[in-house]
Write a protein that binds this ligand. Structure first.
Ligand SMILES: Nc1ncnc2c1ncn2[C@@H]1O[C@H](COP(=O)(O)OP(=O)(O)O)[C@@H](O)[C@H]1O
Ligand SMILES: [Mg+2]
Length: 314
């Protein structure tokens, strides 16, 4: 297949590994900076150019779109979709995953466990909003935060109220959650590819922090996820429509709870911790799905042809 990897930086570990794995498996692959893709939209077709030349004939695209370029990056990806290029993570699924509020609603609707979460708009409602959640400690999160920045722990009700007031003053969107103390600063990243957990790692927060993000100094170690954890991770990725996802879970007394579903999960931490060839699994998945799509299309074209003969005959 002819594959594009949408990434701002070809030198990043994840991008390099995907390129390497694609070439190893005999595919043609190229890294495209989404911010250098520009598009023409018209009622009779879609076109895209890259650094002065037309982009066409790509069978598949793997989006690696950073949070800071979500809007433009997903528009580029949507243009690829409209030009019939297959993507394991569609633009709409990425947008769902990037919005914590929306993804929590979609996950809960599928009965996937998560920490109890509240959100509200008006300062007059803060008192009752926090009463709906329950007593502190609370975890307050920016709706579109990543890598642990914008995630705060408040141990007293007055602190929760103070942080909420400050965030409202900054016009920031946030949500408030119950603090799952029994997680003890650890979480579990399950890497889902094509409906299977292909690798998992346990991340532990550094001393004095409750956030286990590697960017916040957390440490990682490869582990085997339990069947229940794998099931939740696979269902969470499916609920958002992602073929490739990093699903973060915490282990609680009432079972695994989903914290977030990452649509562009990094490969470096998980490959190093687990020793698994995650890049290879991603490329195989994309190639298999593409083959499956062609087979399905051929079958439906054949059925249509047969149907039209049938009609003519009758
Ligand atoms: N409700 C919670 N209870 C306990 N720990 C939490 C909770 N929410 C988040 N954490 C910790 O904080 C980290 C970052 O939170 P997360 O929601 O994943 O935000 P981000 O998108 O910034 O990574 C998690 O990996 C976890 O270790
Ligand atoms: Mg996280």
């Amino acid at each position: 297949m002819k594959l594009a990897i949408l990434s701002r930086n070809g030198k990043l570990y994840s991008t390099r590994r995907l390129l390497e794995a694609a070439r190893e498996q005999g595919h043609t692959a190229r890294v495209l900076d989404p911010l250098r893709c520009y598009m023409r939209i018209d009622c009779d077709g879609f076109a895209m150019h890259y650094k002065g030349k037309p982009l066409s004939g790509y069978d598949a695209v793997i989006p690696r779109i950073g949070a800071s370029v979500t809007r433009y990056g997903t528009a580029v990806l949507r243009q690829f979709e409209l030009m019939d290029t297959f993507t394991p993570n569609p633009s709409d699924a990425i947008l769902k995953a990037r919005d914590k509020l929306r993804s929590h609603q979609l996950l809960a609707a599928q009965h996937i466990g998560l920490p109890a979460t509240v959100f509200g708009d008006n300062p007059d409602d803060t008192h009752d909003l926090l009463a709906m959640l329950g007593p502190p400690p609370h975890v307050i999160k920016l709706n579109e935060g990543t890598q642990g920045t914008g995630v705060m722990l408040t141990e007293k009700l007055s602190a929760s109220r103070g942080v909420i007031e400050a965030l409202r003053g900054l016009y920031a969107n946030f949500l408030v959650q119950e603090f799952v103390a029994e997680a003890k600063g650890a979480d579990l990243r399950c890497f889902v590819v094509g409906g299977k957990v292909v690798a998992a790692m346990r991340r532990q927060a550094p001393k004095g922090d409750f956030r286990s993000n590697l960017h916040r100094g957390g440490t990682a170690k490869g582990v085997k996820a339990t069947e229940a954890e794998k099931d939740v991770a696979v269902r969470a990725a499916a609920a958002l429509g992602l073929g490739i996802a990093g699903v973060d879970l915490i282990r609680s007394q009432r079972g695994p709870l989903v914290l977030e579903v990452n649509a562009s999960p990094g490969l470096e931490g998980i490959e190093n911790a687990s020793g698994a060839d995650v890049a290879g699994a991603i490329i195989r998945h994309v190639s298999d799905r593409l083959t499956q799509r062609s087979t399905e299309r051929a079958a439906s074209a054949a059925a249509q042809k047969l149907g039209s003969y049938g009609r003519r005959g009758s």
